[in-house]
Design a protein around this ligand. Structure first.
Ligand SMILES: NC(=O)c1ncn([C@@H]2O[C@H](COP(=O)(O)O)[C@@H](O)[C@H]2O)c1NC=O
Length: 508
């Protein structure tokens, strides 16, 4: 393995933190250090000698720092092939010194975009010299070690310490791969920023944090999560989230976001809600959600949008559940809930970011806007002679919100603050309705005066007929079938109120 002792380094970093141990190591091994303005000052403060890069290039940093390392003496020193006689002779001819190690930390482009800075500031944070140094050094990994981010200092320190100031070819190839990961991620963010306005048809996703999951949907499937869960949640208890947990947590967080300003509780299984309720306390909301399906709740993912207190915690403690998500837990509630060590407790710190959804299929991916449409009473068009009462309208809004987050074909039966039952993921709407009616009866709900929500239109009047006979008095559906009138006629003949929203909510 071609182990090479590092004799010279170029250091140019935006964030200077944590660089100290590297400087100390380089100093200890007598490495000649070249550096740019701010970094040079920082290294000198560490008591190490530095050659300003301007001395090497015979140019000052110009155009407000847009050009400082971009010079043949710098790039030649990185890129010339040490085993190529012609390159070595040219390096000598032009007095180009070898640079064995390059350490860069790029201008924080992504951070600057996220801060809402004006475009001029964002453009200045497109690093040119740094990204070029990274690519050059990574290309010449046979001879040069590249550290492309402050996140890699500790790894470099470890290897230099263990190998007496040297790196192996395997080290350098590894760091080169890391470097291209950094540069491609950086360019992806720049492209996506520009493409917000340009809409060039290209999908660039770059997630640099990967977490190996225990397994995928089933134990024989490997799986990873690419993303940054720490931004969204603090985990207070329990084992690591599994692949299926993550899928359900995503569904739960999207569902509960519908109930801002209310005290809501939901219980989900396989992304569908088997219990949803509104109440004045978390305990009561949990009790009502649980009552909708006391069987399915076992092993479920639970979520509320209010602080979980001791009363609520004691109420749900006897249930075996996988995950509980809340914006906060009281100390007493945690004491109760932590009684089961595998139970995952998550504090949700923010709403889900992002407005797009991506899925792989066939030999490509499909992307779409998230379904962010939620109908209010104002969006209802009364289609029947009889209009729903205000209480029925409230119930229809509640049912429609749950319906939107349930697998198609779906039917939701509820009142204004409690999911009674749902028919989920059925191949016919009639089956979804029959499933919902059976479930409601099985869990003791009286459907007389209940409301029904459907994710898509009724192609035939069969659903309203079955629902009416079960006691349903008001219905919300998108409408849009050429046979809408048949359903309206049935409702008119049987005293059922029906509203249409014009918005379909398929969820496949
Ligand atoms: N223009 C250049 O030639 C150039 N060379 C290096 N940089 C960047 O300048 C920063 C360090 O600058 P300083 O050492 O002056 O704080 C690093 O983030 C590095 O990626 C440059 N700046 C931007 O492109």
């Amino acid at each position: 393995m071609a182990t090479k002792k590092i004799q010279s380094a170029l250091i140019s970093v935006f964030y200077k933190d944590n660089l100290e141990p590297i400087i100390a190591l380089l100093k200890k091994h007598g490495v000649k250090i070249y550096s740019t303005g701010g970094t040079q000052k920082f290294i000198e403060e560490q008591g190490a000698e530095v050659i300003p890069v301007e001395e090497l290039t015979s140019y000052p940093s110009i155009f407000g720092g847009r050009v400082k390392t971009l010079h043949p003496k710098v790039f030649g020193g990185i890129l010339y092939r040490r085993d190529n006689d012609g390159d070595v002779a040219q390096a000598g001819e032009y007095d180009i010194p070898a640079i064995d190690l390059v350490i860069v930390d790029l201008y924080p482009f992504e951070e600057t975009v996220a801060s809402g800075a004006p475009e001029a500031d964002i453009i200045e944070k497109i690093d040119i010299g740094g990204i070029s140094l990274i690519r050059a050094a990574a290309k010449n990994f046979k001879d040069v070690t590249i550290i492309a981010s402050k996140d890699q200092y500790a790894e470099l320190e470890g290897r230099l310490t263990a190998q007496e100031g040297a790196t192996t070819l395997a080290d350098r190839r590894y760091f080169a791969a890391q470097a291209f990961q950094v540069s491609s991620n950086y360019d992806t963010h720049i492209f996506n920023y520009f493409n917000q306005e340009e809409n060039i048809p290209a999908l660039k996703v770059s997630e640099t944090k990967a977490k190996a999951l225990r397994y995928g949907e089933n134990p024989h499937q490997n799986a990873h999560f690419y993303g940054n869960m720490e931004d969204l949640f603090d985990q207070l208890n329990g084992k690591e989230l599994s692949y299926n947990n993550l899928v359900d947590v995503d569904a739960a967080v999207n569902l509960i976001a519908e109930f801002k300003g209310e005290t809501a509780f939901a219980i989900l299984k396989h992304t569908n809600a088997c219990g949803v309720a509104l109440a004045s306390t978390v305990k009561e909301a949990y009790q009502k959600a649980f009552a909708a399906d006391t069987t399915s709740a076992f092993g479920g993912v639970l979520i509320t949008n209010q602080t979980v207190d001791k009363d609520a915690a004691e109420e749900m403690h006897s249930l075996f559940f996988e995950v509980l998500i809340a914006p906060a837990f009281t100390g007493e509630a945690l004491e109760v809930l932590k009684g089961k060590k595998n139970r995952i407790l998550l504090v949700q710190k923010m709403d889900l970011p992002g407005t797009k959804m991506i899925k792989t299929l066939l030999n490509g991916v499909i992307e779409q806007d998230k379904d962010l449409a939620t109908e209010t009473k104002a969006d209802f068009t009364v289609a029947t002679k009889k209009a729903p009462t205000e209480a029925e309208k409230d119930a229809l809004v509640f049912a429609a919100k749950i319906c939107k987050h349930t697998k198609s074909n779906t039917i939701i039966l509820s009142n204004g603050d409690q999911l009674f039952s749902s028919g989920v993921g059925q191949t016919s709407r009639v089956d979804a309705l029959l499933q919902a009616i059976d479930k409601a009866k099985a869990f003791g709900f009286d459907l007389n005066g209940a409301v029904m929500a459907s994710d898509a239109f009724f192609p035939f009047p069969d659903c309203v007929e079955i629902a009416g006979k079960a006691g349903i008095t008001a219905v919300v559906q998108p409408g849009g079938s050429i046979k809408d009138q048949l359903s309206v006629d049935y409702c008119d003949a049987n005293g059922i109120a029906m509203v249409m929203t014009g918005v379909r909510h398929f969820k496949h």
